[in-house]
Design a binder for this molecule. Sequence first.
Ligand SMILES: NC(=O)c1ccc[n+]([C@@H]2O[C@H](COP(=O)([O-])OP(=O)(O)OC[C@H]3O[C@@H](n4cnc5c(N)ncnc54)[C@H](O)[C@@H]3O)[C@@H](O)[C@H]2O)c1
Ligand SMILES: O=c1ccn([C@@H]2O[C@H](COP(=O)(O)OP(=O)(O)O[C@H]3O[C@H](CO)[C@@H](O)[C@H](O)[C@H]3O)[C@@H](O)[C@H]2O)c(=O)[nH]1
Length: 331
Amino acid sequence: MRGGDAGKPHVLVVGGAGYIGSHMVKRLRQAGYAPVVLDNLSQGRRAAVGDAPLIVGELGDDSVLNVIFQAWPIAAVMHFASFIQVGESVARPAAYYYNNVNNTLALLQAMVRHQVPRFIFSSTAAIFGDPDYLPIDERHPKAPLNPYGRSKWMVEQMLGDFDVAYGLRSCCLRYFNAAGADPEGELGECHEPETHLIPVVLQAAAGRRRSVTVFGRDYATPDGTCIRDYIHVSDLCDAHLLALESLLDGGASSRFNLGNGVGYSINEVIEAARRVTGVPIMVIDGPRRPGDPARLVADPALAHETLGWTPRFSDINAMIGHAWAWERRTG
Ligand SMILES: NC(=O)c1ccc[n+]([C@@H]2O[C@H](COP(=O)([O-])OP(=O)(O)OC[C@H]3O[C@@H](n4cnc5c(N)ncnc54)[C@H](O)[C@@H]3O)[C@@H](O)[C@H]2O)c1
Ligand SMILES: O=c1ccn([C@@H]2O[C@H](COP(=O)(O)OP(=O)(O)O[C@H]3O[C@H](CO)[C@@H](O)[C@H](O)[C@H]3O)[C@@H](O)[C@H]2O)c(=O)[nH]1
Protein backbone atom coordinates (compact mmCIF):
# COMPACT_ATOMS: atom_id res chain seq x y z
CA MET A 1 0.00 0.00 0.00
CA ARG A 2 1.24 3.52 -0.69
CA GLY A 3 2.01 5.26 2.57
CA GLY A 4 0.10 8.44 1.66
CA ASP A 5 -3.05 6.45 1.05
CA ALA A 6 -3.09 4.63 4.39
CA GLY A 7 -6.54 4.73 5.96
CA LYS A 8 -8.38 5.72 2.79
CA PRO A 9 -10.71 3.13 1.26
CA HIS A 10 -9.05 1.63 -1.82
CA VAL A 11 -11.11 1.36 -4.97
CA LEU A 12 -9.91 -0.71 -7.93
CA VAL A 13 -10.80 1.20 -11.11
CA VAL A 14 -10.64 -1.23 -14.02
CA GLY A 15 -10.37 0.75 -17.26
CA GLY A 16 -9.34 3.80 -15.22
CA ALA A 17 -7.04 5.15 -17.93
CA GLY A 18 -9.95 5.52 -20.38
CA TYR A 19 -12.38 8.37 -20.94
CA ILE A 20 -14.93 7.93 -18.13
CA GLY A 21 -12.63 5.91 -15.85
CA SER A 22 -9.95 8.61 -15.76
CA HIS A 23 -12.49 11.24 -14.70
CA MET A 24 -13.56 8.81 -11.96
CA VAL A 25 -9.98 8.34 -10.73
CA LYS A 26 -9.63 12.09 -10.33
CA ARG A 27 -12.99 12.35 -8.54
CA LEU A 28 -12.17 9.47 -6.17
CA ARG A 29 -8.95 11.18 -5.15
CA GLN A 30 -10.79 14.45 -4.55
CA ALA A 31 -13.38 12.60 -2.44
CA GLY A 32 -10.75 11.02 -0.17
CA TYR A 33 -10.51 7.54 -1.69
CA ALA A 34 -7.36 5.76 -2.89
CA PRO A 35 -7.93 4.60 -6.47
CA VAL A 36 -5.81 1.78 -7.93
CA VAL A 37 -6.02 1.47 -11.73
CA LEU A 38 -5.90 -1.65 -13.90
CA ASP A 39 -5.84 -0.92 -17.64
CA ASN A 40 -4.20 -2.58 -20.64
CA LEU A 41 -3.85 0.85 -22.33
CA SER A 42 -5.52 -0.48 -25.50
CA GLN A 43 -7.51 2.77 -25.41
CA GLY A 44 -6.44 4.41 -22.19
CA ARG A 45 -3.59 6.82 -21.59
CA ARG A 46 -1.01 6.53 -18.82
CA ALA A 47 -1.07 10.31 -18.30
CA ALA A 48 -4.80 10.23 -17.58
CA VAL A 49 -4.48 8.46 -14.23
CA GLY A 50 -2.35 11.14 -12.57
CA ASP A 51 -0.41 9.80 -9.59
CA ALA A 52 -2.73 6.85 -8.87
CA PRO A 53 -0.99 3.44 -9.02
CA LEU A 54 -1.42 2.03 -12.55
CA ILE A 55 -1.12 -1.68 -13.24
CA VAL A 56 -0.81 -2.23 -16.99
CA GLY A 57 -2.42 -5.60 -17.57
CA GLU A 58 -5.36 -7.62 -18.78
CA LEU A 59 -8.65 -7.53 -16.97
CA GLY A 60 -9.16 -11.28 -17.46
CA ASP A 61 -5.67 -12.28 -16.26
CA ASP A 62 -5.95 -14.17 -12.96
CA SER A 63 -2.29 -13.70 -12.09
CA VAL A 64 -2.60 -9.91 -12.40
CA LEU A 65 -5.86 -9.85 -10.43
CA ASN A 66 -4.38 -12.01 -7.65
CA VAL A 67 -1.41 -9.67 -7.29
CA ILE A 68 -3.67 -6.61 -7.09
CA PHE A 69 -6.09 -8.06 -4.57
CA GLN A 70 -3.17 -9.26 -2.41
CA ALA A 71 -1.29 -5.96 -2.62
CA TRP A 72 -4.11 -3.56 -1.75
CA PRO A 73 -7.12 -3.89 0.62
CA ILE A 74 -9.65 -3.21 -2.12
CA ALA A 75 -13.02 -2.16 -0.67
CA ALA A 76 -14.85 -2.00 -4.01
CA VAL A 77 -14.29 -2.41 -7.74
CA MET A 78 -15.50 0.01 -10.41
CA HIS A 79 -15.48 -1.69 -13.79
CA PHE A 80 -15.19 0.60 -16.84
CA ALA A 81 -13.09 -1.64 -19.12
CA SER A 82 -14.82 -3.01 -22.19
CA PHE A 83 -15.11 -2.63 -25.92
CA ILE A 84 -17.62 0.14 -26.45
CA GLN A 85 -18.63 0.62 -30.08
CA VAL A 86 -22.15 -0.40 -31.06
CA GLY A 87 -21.39 -0.62 -34.81
CA GLU A 88 -18.13 -2.55 -34.37
CA SER A 89 -19.85 -5.05 -32.09
CA VAL A 90 -22.12 -6.08 -34.96
CA ALA A 91 -19.08 -6.85 -37.14
CA ARG A 92 -16.90 -8.40 -34.39
CA PRO A 93 -19.26 -10.06 -31.88
CA ALA A 94 -16.71 -12.65 -30.68
CA ALA A 95 -14.30 -9.95 -29.55
CA TYR A 96 -17.11 -8.16 -27.72
CA TYR A 97 -18.40 -11.25 -25.92
CA TYR A 98 -14.84 -12.23 -25.00
CA ASN A 99 -13.75 -8.88 -23.58
CA ASN A 100 -17.04 -7.73 -22.11
CA VAL A 101 -18.37 -11.04 -20.75
CA ASN A 102 -15.53 -13.59 -20.35
CA ASN A 103 -13.06 -11.10 -18.96
CA THR A 104 -15.65 -9.62 -16.61
CA LEU A 105 -16.48 -13.12 -15.37
CA ALA A 106 -12.78 -13.65 -14.56
CA LEU A 107 -12.78 -10.37 -12.61
CA LEU A 108 -15.90 -11.35 -10.65
CA GLN A 109 -14.45 -14.77 -9.85
CA ALA A 110 -11.26 -13.13 -8.57
CA MET A 111 -13.37 -10.82 -6.40
CA VAL A 112 -15.17 -13.82 -4.90
CA ARG A 113 -11.82 -15.58 -4.29
CA HIS A 114 -10.44 -12.52 -2.53
CA GLN A 115 -13.71 -11.67 -0.76
CA VAL A 116 -14.17 -8.24 -2.28
CA PRO A 117 -17.93 -7.78 -1.95
CA ARG A 118 -18.79 -4.52 -3.81
CA PHE A 119 -18.92 -3.92 -7.56
CA ILE A 120 -20.01 -0.95 -9.67
CA PHE A 121 -20.62 -1.77 -13.31
CA SER A 122 -20.64 0.48 -16.37
CA SER A 123 -23.78 -0.70 -18.09
CA THR A 124 -25.57 1.03 -20.91
CA ALA A 125 -28.81 2.23 -22.45
CA ALA A 126 -28.02 -0.24 -25.25
CA ILE A 127 -29.48 -3.08 -23.11
CA PHE A 128 -33.00 -1.79 -23.85
CA GLY A 129 -32.99 -1.96 -27.66
CA ASP A 130 -35.71 -0.07 -29.51
CA PRO A 131 -37.79 1.30 -26.64
CA ASP A 132 -41.43 0.27 -26.14
CA TYR A 133 -42.02 3.60 -24.36
CA LEU A 134 -40.14 6.78 -23.43
CA PRO A 135 -38.55 7.85 -21.20
CA ILE A 136 -36.91 4.52 -20.37
CA ASP A 137 -37.17 3.51 -16.72
CA GLU A 138 -35.37 0.62 -15.02
CA ARG A 139 -38.26 -1.82 -15.51
CA HIS A 140 -38.35 -1.33 -19.29
CA PRO A 141 -37.96 -4.70 -21.12
CA LYS A 142 -34.39 -5.59 -22.08
CA ALA A 143 -34.09 -6.40 -25.78
CA PRO A 144 -30.64 -5.24 -26.97
CA LEU A 145 -30.26 -4.76 -30.73
CA ASN A 146 -26.54 -5.45 -30.93
CA PRO A 147 -23.82 -7.67 -29.38
CA TYR A 148 -22.47 -4.74 -27.35
CA GLY A 149 -25.81 -4.27 -25.58
CA ARG A 150 -26.25 -8.02 -25.19
CA SER A 151 -22.81 -8.37 -23.60
CA LYS A 152 -23.69 -5.74 -20.98
CA TRP A 153 -27.09 -7.28 -20.24
CA MET A 154 -25.41 -10.69 -19.79
CA VAL A 155 -23.13 -9.20 -17.15
CA GLU A 156 -26.06 -7.55 -15.38
CA GLN A 157 -27.76 -10.95 -15.18
CA MET A 158 -24.57 -12.61 -13.94
CA LEU A 159 -24.36 -9.99 -11.20
CA GLY A 160 -27.83 -10.94 -9.93
CA ASP A 161 -26.69 -14.55 -9.65
CA PHE A 162 -23.40 -13.62 -7.95
CA ASP A 163 -25.29 -11.63 -5.32
CA VAL A 164 -27.55 -14.59 -4.48
CA ALA A 165 -24.79 -17.20 -4.48
CA TYR A 166 -21.73 -15.33 -3.22
CA GLY A 167 -23.05 -12.17 -1.57
CA LEU A 168 -21.32 -9.91 -4.10
CA ARG A 169 -23.35 -6.70 -4.01
CA SER A 170 -23.38 -4.58 -7.14
CA CYS A 171 -24.72 -1.42 -8.67
CA CYS A 172 -25.32 -1.36 -12.42
CA LEU A 173 -25.19 2.18 -13.79
CA ARG A 174 -26.76 2.31 -17.23
CA TYR A 175 -25.30 5.37 -18.83
CA PHE A 176 -27.06 6.90 -21.76
CA ASN A 177 -24.59 8.84 -23.98
CA ALA A 178 -21.57 10.01 -22.01
CA ALA A 179 -20.38 13.43 -23.15
CA GLY A 180 -18.32 16.45 -22.14
CA ALA A 181 -14.97 16.64 -20.38
CA ASP A 182 -13.42 17.60 -17.06
CA PRO A 183 -14.61 21.18 -16.37
CA GLU A 184 -11.07 21.96 -15.12
CA GLY A 185 -9.69 20.99 -18.53
CA GLU A 186 -7.30 18.25 -17.33
CA LEU A 187 -9.10 15.27 -18.89
CA GLY A 188 -11.30 14.50 -21.87
CA GLU A 189 -12.33 11.96 -24.49
CA CYS A 190 -9.46 10.42 -26.51
CA HIS A 191 -10.59 7.32 -28.39
CA GLU A 192 -8.60 5.97 -31.32
CA PRO A 193 -10.35 5.91 -33.68
CA GLU A 194 -12.95 8.33 -32.34
CA THR A 195 -16.49 7.26 -33.24
CA HIS A 196 -18.70 9.13 -30.76
CA LEU A 197 -20.83 11.86 -32.25
CA ILE A 198 -19.82 14.91 -30.19
CA PRO A 199 -16.01 14.47 -30.41
CA VAL A 200 -16.32 13.61 -34.12
CA VAL A 201 -18.32 16.81 -34.72
CA LEU A 202 -15.76 18.83 -32.76
CA GLN A 203 -12.86 17.28 -34.70
CA ALA A 204 -14.62 18.50 -37.84
CA ALA A 205 -14.98 21.97 -36.26
CA ALA A 206 -11.27 21.96 -35.40
CA GLY A 207 -10.27 20.97 -38.93
CA ARG A 208 -8.95 17.56 -37.83
CA ARG A 209 -11.40 15.92 -40.21
CA ARG A 210 -13.11 17.40 -43.24
CA SER A 211 -16.70 16.64 -42.28
CA VAL A 212 -19.08 14.66 -40.10
CA THR A 213 -21.26 11.95 -41.63
CA VAL A 214 -24.85 11.66 -40.38
CA PHE A 215 -25.72 7.96 -40.18
CA GLY A 216 -29.29 7.91 -41.51
CA ARG A 217 -31.96 10.57 -41.96
CA ASP A 218 -34.90 8.21 -42.35
CA TYR A 219 -35.60 7.39 -38.70
CA ALA A 220 -39.06 7.92 -37.19
CA THR A 221 -38.01 11.10 -35.38
CA PRO A 222 -39.06 14.73 -36.06
CA ASP A 223 -35.99 15.52 -38.22
CA GLY A 224 -35.25 11.91 -39.26
CA THR A 225 -31.98 11.62 -37.30
CA CYS A 226 -31.39 9.51 -34.17
CA ILE A 227 -32.14 10.96 -30.76
CA ARG A 228 -29.91 10.36 -27.74
CA ASP A 229 -29.81 11.51 -24.11
CA TYR A 230 -26.35 13.04 -23.51
CA ILE A 231 -25.06 12.99 -19.93
CA HIS A 232 -21.97 14.84 -18.70
CA VAL A 233 -19.04 12.64 -17.63
CA SER A 234 -18.75 14.59 -14.34
CA ASP A 235 -22.38 13.81 -13.55
CA LEU A 236 -21.67 10.12 -14.18
CA CYS A 237 -18.80 10.34 -11.69
CA ASP A 238 -21.14 11.88 -9.10
CA ALA A 239 -23.50 8.91 -9.54
CA HIS A 240 -20.62 6.46 -9.08
CA LEU A 241 -19.58 8.12 -5.83
CA LEU A 242 -23.14 7.97 -4.50
CA ALA A 243 -23.43 4.31 -5.55
CA LEU A 244 -20.11 3.56 -3.83
CA GLU A 245 -21.24 5.23 -0.61
CA SER A 246 -24.48 3.26 -0.71
CA LEU A 247 -22.63 -0.06 -1.06
CA LEU A 248 -20.11 0.89 1.65
CA ASP A 249 -23.06 1.71 3.94
CA GLY A 250 -24.39 -1.83 3.43
CA GLY A 251 -26.92 -0.98 0.70
CA ALA A 252 -28.41 -3.78 -1.40
CA SER A 253 -27.66 -4.39 -5.09
CA SER A 254 -29.31 -1.87 -7.39
CA ARG A 255 -29.45 -0.60 -10.97
CA PHE A 256 -30.08 2.91 -12.27
CA ASN A 257 -30.64 4.60 -15.62
CA LEU A 258 -28.39 7.64 -15.89
CA GLY A 259 -29.37 10.38 -18.30
CA ASN A 260 -30.89 13.86 -18.20
CA GLY A 261 -34.28 12.77 -19.46
CA VAL A 262 -33.91 15.01 -22.52
CA GLY A 263 -33.17 13.81 -26.05
CA TYR A 264 -31.25 15.63 -28.78
CA SER A 265 -31.22 14.61 -32.43
CA ILE A 266 -27.99 14.41 -34.39
CA ASN A 267 -29.04 17.58 -36.24
CA GLU A 268 -29.58 19.38 -32.94
CA VAL A 269 -26.17 18.31 -31.63
CA ILE A 270 -24.46 19.59 -34.79
CA GLU A 271 -26.38 22.88 -34.58
CA ALA A 272 -25.39 23.27 -30.91
CA ALA A 273 -21.74 22.58 -31.83
CA ARG A 274 -21.89 25.27 -34.53
CA ARG A 275 -23.24 27.75 -31.93
CA VAL A 276 -20.70 26.83 -29.22
CA THR A 277 -17.65 26.79 -31.51
CA GLY A 278 -18.72 29.57 -33.87
CA VAL A 279 -17.28 27.46 -36.69
CA PRO A 280 -19.12 26.10 -39.76
CA ILE A 281 -19.16 22.29 -39.69
CA MET A 282 -19.47 20.38 -42.95
CA VAL A 283 -22.06 17.58 -42.91
CA ILE A 284 -22.36 14.58 -45.26
CA ASP A 285 -25.31 12.19 -45.36
CA GLY A 286 -24.54 8.49 -44.98
CA PRO A 287 -26.48 5.25 -44.57
CA ARG A 288 -27.79 4.00 -41.25
CA ARG A 289 -25.22 2.44 -38.92
CA PRO A 290 -26.18 -1.16 -38.03
CA GLY A 291 -27.53 -1.69 -34.51
CA ASP A 292 -28.73 1.89 -33.89
CA PRO A 293 -32.12 2.42 -32.18
CA ALA A 294 -33.97 5.59 -33.26
CA ARG A 295 -34.44 7.11 -29.79
CA LEU A 296 -32.93 6.56 -26.36
CA VAL A 297 -34.04 8.86 -23.54
CA ALA A 298 -33.67 8.01 -19.84
CA ASP A 299 -36.07 8.32 -16.97
CA PRO A 300 -33.54 9.19 -14.24
CA ALA A 301 -36.15 9.46 -11.43
CA LEU A 302 -35.00 6.38 -9.53
CA ALA A 303 -31.39 7.62 -9.29
CA HIS A 304 -32.69 11.01 -8.07
CA GLU A 305 -34.94 9.44 -5.45
CA THR A 306 -32.68 6.61 -4.25
CA LEU A 307 -29.15 7.97 -4.60
CA GLY A 308 -29.99 11.67 -4.38
CA TRP A 309 -28.29 12.17 -7.76
CA THR A 310 -28.88 15.43 -9.62
CA PRO A 311 -26.92 16.18 -12.78
CA ARG A 312 -25.05 19.49 -12.58
CA PHE A 313 -24.16 19.94 -16.27
CA SER A 314 -27.40 19.05 -18.02
CA ASP A 315 -27.14 21.83 -20.63
CA ILE A 316 -25.98 20.39 -23.97
CA ASN A 317 -24.05 23.65 -24.60
CA ALA A 318 -22.03 23.08 -21.40
CA MET A 319 -21.23 19.50 -22.43
CA ILE A 320 -20.11 20.59 -25.88
CA GLY A 321 -18.26 23.59 -24.43
CA HIS A 322 -16.18 21.42 -22.08
CA ALA A 323 -15.47 18.92 -24.89
CA TRP A 324 -14.50 21.82 -27.20
CA ALA A 325 -12.05 23.22 -24.62
CA TRP A 326 -10.44 19.75 -24.43
CA GLU A 327 -10.34 19.42 -28.23
CA ARG A 328 -8.60 22.77 -28.58
CA ARG A 329 -6.09 21.88 -25.86
CA THR A 330 -5.17 18.49 -27.26
CA GLY A 331 -6.23 18.41 -30.91
N1 LIG B 1 -18.90 6.43 -23.61
C1 LIG B 1 -20.21 6.22 -23.52
O1 LIG B 1 -21.02 6.97 -24.05
C2 LIG B 1 -20.73 5.06 -22.72
C3 LIG B 1 -22.11 4.90 -22.57
C4 LIG B 1 -22.59 3.79 -21.86
C5 LIG B 1 -21.72 2.92 -21.25
N2 LIG B 1 -20.38 3.10 -21.40
C6 LIG B 1 -19.48 2.16 -20.75
O2 LIG B 1 -18.59 2.87 -19.91
C7 LIG B 1 -17.32 2.23 -19.87
C8 LIG B 1 -16.22 3.24 -20.15
O3 LIG B 1 -16.42 3.81 -21.43
P1 LIG B 1 -15.35 4.80 -22.03
O4 LIG B 1 -16.04 5.64 -23.05
O5 LIG B 1 -14.61 5.47 -20.94
O6 LIG B 1 -14.40 3.79 -22.79
P2 LIG B 1 -12.80 3.83 -23.00
O7 LIG B 1 -12.51 2.94 -24.15
O8 LIG B 1 -12.32 5.24 -23.07
O9 LIG B 1 -12.25 3.19 -21.66
C9 LIG B 1 -12.18 1.81 -21.45
C10 LIG B 1 -10.81 1.51 -20.87
O10 LIG B 1 -10.73 0.10 -20.63
C11 LIG B 1 -9.46 -0.37 -21.07
N3 LIG B 1 -9.65 -1.78 -21.41
C12 LIG B 1 -10.45 -2.32 -22.37
N4 LIG B 1 -10.35 -3.65 -22.38
C13 LIG B 1 -9.47 -3.99 -21.40
C14 LIG B 1 -8.94 -5.22 -20.92
N5 LIG B 1 -9.27 -6.39 -21.46
N6 LIG B 1 -8.06 -5.18 -19.89
C15 LIG B 1 -7.68 -4.01 -19.34
N7 LIG B 1 -8.15 -2.81 -19.76
C16 LIG B 1 -9.03 -2.80 -20.77
C17 LIG B 1 -9.08 0.52 -22.25
O11 LIG B 1 -7.69 0.60 -22.46
C18 LIG B 1 -9.66 1.86 -21.82
O12 LIG B 1 -8.71 2.63 -21.11
C19 LIG B 1 -17.39 1.08 -20.88
O13 LIG B 1 -17.64 -0.11 -20.17
C20 LIG B 1 -18.58 1.44 -21.74
O14 LIG B 1 -19.23 0.29 -22.25
C21 LIG B 1 -19.86 4.15 -22.11
O1 LIG C 1 -19.90 10.14 -36.93
C1 LIG C 1 -20.99 9.87 -36.41
C2 LIG C 1 -21.07 9.27 -35.11
C3 LIG C 1 -22.33 8.96 -34.61
N1 LIG C 1 -23.45 9.22 -35.32
C4 LIG C 1 -24.77 8.89 -34.76
O2 LIG C 1 -24.93 9.61 -33.55
C5 LIG C 1 -25.68 8.84 -32.59
C6 LIG C 1 -24.84 8.68 -31.36
O3 LIG C 1 -23.74 7.81 -31.70
P1 LIG C 1 -22.48 7.54 -30.74
O4 LIG C 1 -21.95 8.82 -30.24
O5 LIG C 1 -21.57 6.62 -31.48
O6 LIG C 1 -23.14 6.81 -29.49
P2 LIG C 1 -24.06 5.51 -29.43
O7 LIG C 1 -23.91 4.63 -30.59
O8 LIG C 1 -25.45 5.99 -29.10
O9 LIG C 1 -23.42 4.71 -28.22
C7 LIG C 1 -22.94 5.36 -27.07
O10 LIG C 1 -23.96 5.41 -26.14
C8 LIG C 1 -24.41 4.15 -25.72
C9 LIG C 1 -25.54 4.35 -24.77
O11 LIG C 1 -26.64 4.97 -25.42
C10 LIG C 1 -23.23 3.46 -25.05
O12 LIG C 1 -23.60 2.25 -24.54
C11 LIG C 1 -22.09 3.28 -26.02
O13 LIG C 1 -20.97 2.73 -25.34
C12 LIG C 1 -21.71 4.60 -26.57
O14 LIG C 1 -20.77 4.39 -27.62
C13 LIG C 1 -25.99 7.51 -33.29
O15 LIG C 1 -27.27 7.60 -33.87
C14 LIG C 1 -24.96 7.42 -34.41
O16 LIG C 1 -25.38 6.68 -35.53
C15 LIG C 1 -23.38 9.81 -36.58
O17 LIG C 1 -24.41 10.04 -37.22
N2 LIG C 1 -22.14 10.11 -37.08
